[in-house]
Design a binder for this molecule. Structure first.
Ligand code: 5RP
Length: 251
């Protein structure tokens, strides 16, 4: 006992000074440890999920994984997975997914998420919602006390038809929380278009939105809204990579 406590004092944990991308890779590789041969896998989108897809491709190539079927959450992930030789399918053919792995923009203490800053929230929500297990991979900068009030945006996918009308409806719905609604722009200042041909309105909400379930329902009731980026009660596990190591939170 004395020896081990002396060892603890003489070598306190040292920060590893890793870059944010290295932390994302560490979280992604940890999540891929949950993958087993024969699984149908939801493949996420974004710079963190990209590491997981790379790793799955690598393990398949090395013969350490077999008979994987990937369900990509975006055209970009589809291209990446195809280039790695990962066999792909879709929700029509595989309505039940064993495991999905994806990043997030924000994670609150109840493991509610904000996703969609990469613009793939609709397919992500469909696929991750159909998953028996949904593992979220983040670096520690994504952890927040509560969704809203972080100065970061809640993305909402809307139909292009009269988008100003829908954006204004969204803004006035959340006006009480200090909300600004901005159409997301893409290349050359043109509206960003999702894989589904829709637009995204980013809602900058200044204050804690309280009951997120009520806010979610109210947003989804607006005609013109397709889906929003709050993923409530969907994550089964969150893997957080930080400078002092990996923390795994499970529901
Ligand atoms: C895309 C997403 C991404 O998972 C989210 O934006 C996190 O991205 P990154 O891993 O690049 O930080 O929801 O729609």
């Amino acid at each position: 006992d004395t020896i081990s406590s002396m060892a603890d004092i003489s070598s306190p944990p040292q920060p590893m000074n890793l870059t944010q991308d290295e932390l994302k890779r560490i979280a992604a590789y940890k999540a891929v440890e949950f993958v087993q041969s024969g699984m149908v896998l939801g493949l996420g989108t974004g710079s963190t999920a990209k590491h997981a897809v790379d790793r799955i491709g690598e393990l398949l190539r090395q013969g350490k994984l077999e008979n994987i079927i990937g369900i990509p959450t975006s055209k970009k992930t589809q291209e990446q997975a195809l280039s790695l030789g990962i066999p792909l399918s879709d929700l029509d053919s595989h309505p039940v997914i064993d495991l999905s792995i994806d990043g997030a923009d924000e994670v609150d203490p109840d493991l509610n998420l904000v996703k969609g800053r990469g613009g793939s929230l609709l397919r992500e929500k469909m696929i991750e919602g159909a998953s028996k297990k949904f593992v979220v991979i983040v670096d520690e900068s994504k952890m927040v006390k509560h969704i809203g009030g972080s100065k970061l945006a809640l993305p909402v996918e809307i139909v292009p038809f009269c988008w100003r009308f829908t954006a204004e409806k969204l803004r006035s719905l959340l006006e009480g929380y200090g909300c600004e609604a901005n159409l997301r722009l893409g290349e050359k200042g043109k509206p960003f278009v999702t894989d589904n041909g829709n637009y995204i309105v980013d809602l900058n909400v200044e204050n804690d939105m309280g009951d997120l379930g009520l806010v979610s329902d109210a947003i989804l009731r607006l005609a013109g809204v397709v889906e929003h980026g709050m993923f409530l009660d969907m994550a089964s596990t969150v893997i957080i990579a930080g400078d002092f190591g990996v923390n795994i939170k499970t529901k």
